[in-house]
Design a protein around this ligand. Structure first.
Ligand code: ZN
Ligand code: ZN
Length: 195
């Protein structure tokens, strides 16, 4: 297991992800329209994979530590109850995804925001590729796999965190509430960002 530095594109926001390994988290790629829209709403399409996928490492929030420029931390939701898409507002870099609260010990960390040569080895191979039917047309062949495995791993990590008393250990929430008020896209904004 290793610790990885996380940085936004301009470097003003930083974090540390602890205990990274292919066993303590899951490397997944999501091609759903919402993930594409989230990146587009931030003007961060270049963080996406060639056919619009989001490259994500899923783990428990207790592994996250905010280290720099916390005042730039911001949060976007495509709808009032949508996934919380955390980003660094200094340069609109997507950094984390969470649910709306701390009931489930889940966080998705954007792989492009992870720093250093050791990232690929630390997070391991992709165990799940999902929602490829939403990928824009392209030459790179894509096929869904691993959806159930990724879901099972989320639950297994949650129960591990539960036994260690770590479920609410999450620097993005305080007393179950997000540390910053999420910005919810208007219907028009969402429509404009959705492929
Ligand atoms: Zn920045
Ligand atoms: Zn998605």
């Amino acid at each position: 297991m290793v610790d990885l530095a996380i940085s936004c594109r301009c470097g003003q926001f930083g974090a540390k992800l602890k205990n990274v390994s292919p066993k303590t988290g899951s490397h997944v790629q999501c091609y759903c329209k919402d993930c594409q829209a989230g990146a587009k709403a931030l003007g961060a399409e270049e963080t996406l994979l060639p056919r619009g996928g989001s490259d994500i490492y899923q783990t428990i929030p207790a592994n996250l530590e905010l280290t720099k420029g916390q005042e730039h931390l911001a949060c976007l939701r495509l709808s009032p109850k949508g996934l919380m898409r955390w980003y660094a507002s200094c340069c609109d870099t997507p950094v984390f995804n969470t649910l709306g609260g701390t009931k489930l010990a889940f966080i998705g960390v954007s792989v492009p925001a992870m720093q250093g040569d050791g990232v690929g080895k630390a997070i391991g191979k992709v165990i799940a590729v999902v929602h490829t039917k939403d990928a824009p047309f392209g030459t790179e062949p894509l096929k869904d796999y691993g959806f159930n495995k990724a879901g099972f791993n989320v639950l297994a990590r949650h129960f591990g965190a539960l036994m260690r008393g770590q479920v609410k250990d999450n620097p993005l929430f305080k007393g179950g509430e997000p540390v910053v008020e999420p910005r919810v896209l208007s219907k028009a904004e969402r429509k404009a960002a959705t492929p």
